[in-house]
Design a protein around this ligand. Structure first.
Ligand SMILES: NC(=O)c1ccc[n+]([C@@H]2O[C@H](COP(=O)([O-])OP(=O)(O)OC[C@H]3O[C@@H](n4cnc5c(N)ncnc54)[C@H](O)[C@@H]3O)[C@@H](O)[C@H]2O)c1
Length: 455
């Protein structure tokens, strides 16, 4: 079992397979995608995604034991193990629209695997999927009697964009779910064997299929719940002049609570959190668990409220109007160290400001190309400028929407001198030295903190 295929060359498929190729030189790994441009970029100097430390790994393995191709069917027939890492977005139409997972890409892949397989295969769910998807996959794969056995495993991916290589190199755990049958357990062992090249045995957890599928949704639900919880508290802090950073520290030092994911901000983004939590909400509704569904749905409501609240505070503090005012957006990616803008809170915040007829200048070290696509319908009201200093000239306000390290060390005095007064700064990530900014002359608004205003 040495031929691995991965269907889907995205943020998960590309880095994950590059890591397996690096750590398992005796395996041949092919990554296929229907998107020709993506495949061509994986083979070029400019990778299709930005991820720190990814490039050297691809360079080390490319065309040695890591291959990229658009030939999906030809590569299916050669593979022993097939990872399926296609996108599973929220459904936008029909039953379950806005909540349920759209499994069309997933199902098409299953049918393609069936059509082009002439030998036994292990099919690994890498995409995040609703619980019991493996059952549907098995039904499709076994719908023709080709004398071929398909064993379906669940192996959800826990990497976070921006730290994908670190997470893959040293994962907190690898989760593998399989059937309890003999062939199920044999397949689990084959997959364990791959990860055991670099992950210690106690970190490789094996479970039943449904626990594995559900655990991925629950992990993302818990992570986003923590963000919404601290963001809810940030609203209470602003109302009471408590400081959310001090509150986070005070509660995070309690070892039962822990300090991670307690930074108040403009809210979570990314392609996964909202989609996975809504997917779980839909599942709860499907199983008649409306109380459970309502409980988790609040996490998404709170996230939307936080973005709305940030914009409202901006408008209110700038004398209740932003019409024709130049506002500089520093950071558009959904988090630092990625160019990914999927579900970025910056999208909603910018749209709301544009609807208020502000004139925006958007700056981001990696995400400007995606920002242009995301805000296509407002393109006449926006300028894009990579250099923050040039962007800030004649601006009324700066809004930090992504926690890029470089924004911490900008010369804010130099920027202040070129801005229209009174100058405002809205720190949506709480990464700046607010007292220092206030002393320079800015009116400073940070999330969950008392305002520092000269007005
Ligand atoms: N992005 C993350 O941080 C992350 C983390 C963990 C899990 N996940 C999950 O992993 C899955 C993939 O996410 P992603 O961010 O890599 O998505 P992505 O959109 O970046 O990549 C998916 C790729 O699959 C390709 N594809 C779709 N249908 C295909 C088909 N029939 N044949 C060949 N290729 C096909 C698309 O062209 C696309 O390039 C999703 O289920 C996601 O929820 C993502």
């Amino acid at each position: 079992m040495k031929n691995i295929l991965c269907i889907g060359a995205g943020y998960v498929g590309g880095p994950t397979m590059a890591m397996i190729a690096k750590k398992c030189p005796e395996y041949t790994i092919t990554v296929v995608d229907i998107n020709e441009d993506r495949i061509q970029k994986w083979q070029s100097d400019t990778l299709p995604i930005y991820e720190p430390d990814l490039k050297p790994i691809v360079e080390e393995t490319l065309n040695k034991n890591l291959f990229f191709s658009t030939d999906v069917s030809g590569n299916i027939s050669k593979a022993d193990i097939i990872f399926v890492s296609v996108n599973t977005p929220t459904k936008t139409f029909g039953i379950g629209a806005g909540k349920a997972a759209d499994l069309q890409y997933w199902e098409k892949t299953a049918r393609q695997i069936l059509t082009h397989s002439n030998s036994n295969k292990i099919v690994v769910e890498k995409s995040t999927l609703p619980v019991r998807t493996a059952e549907a996959m098995e039904r499709i794969l076994n719908s023709h009697d080709k004398g071929v056995h398909f064993e379906v495993l669940s192996n959800p991916e826990f990497l976070a964009e921006g730290t994908a290589i670190r997470d893959l190199m040293n994962p907190d755990r690898v989760l593998i779910g399989g059937h309890n049958s003999k062939s199920g357990q044999e397949a689990v062992s084959e997959l364990v064997k791959i990860y055991a090249h670099w992950v210690s045995p106690e970190k490789i957890l094996t479970t039943n299929l449904w626990s594995s599928e559900l655990s991925k949704l629950v992990a993302n639900a818990f992570l986003s719940q923590r963000i919404s919880s601290i963001n809810a508290i940030s609203a209470l802090c602003e109302a009471t002049e408590a400081d959310v950073e001090e509150v986070s520290k005070a509660i995070g030092t309690d070892s039962r609570i822990g300090s991670k994911f307690l930074n108040a901000s403009i809210g979570f983004g990314g392609s996964c959190f909202q989609k996975d939590i809504l997917n779980m909400v839909y599942l709860c509704e499907y199983y008649g668990l409306s109380e459970v569904a309502n409980y988790w749905e609040q996490v998404v409501f709170m996230n939307n409220y936080q973005k709305q609240r940030f914009v409202t505070r901006m408008i209110k503090s700038m004398f209740n109007t932003v019409v024709d005012k130049k506002i500089v957006i520093l950071g558009f990616a959904f988090k630092a160290n990625t160019g990914d803008t999927r579900e970025s809170p910056a999208i909603d915040i910018c749209k709301q400001l544009l609807e208020e007829r502000a004139s925006l200048t958007i700056s981001d070290p990696k995400a400007v190309k995606n920002a242009k696509k995301d805000l296509e319908q407002f393109i006449d009201q926006i300028e894009f400028e990579l250099d923050p200093y040039t962007a800030a000239t004649n601006a009324h306000a700066l809004a930090i929407l992504t926690e890029w390290e470089e924004y911490k060390s900008l010369d804010y005095k130099k920027i202040f001198d070129t801005m229209i007064k009174p100058a405002f700064i809205f720190d949506g990530r709480n990464i700046l030295d607010h007292q220092k900014l206030f002393d320079i002359g800015y009116n400073v608004y940070a999330v969950g903190k008392p305002e520092l205003s000269h007005l």
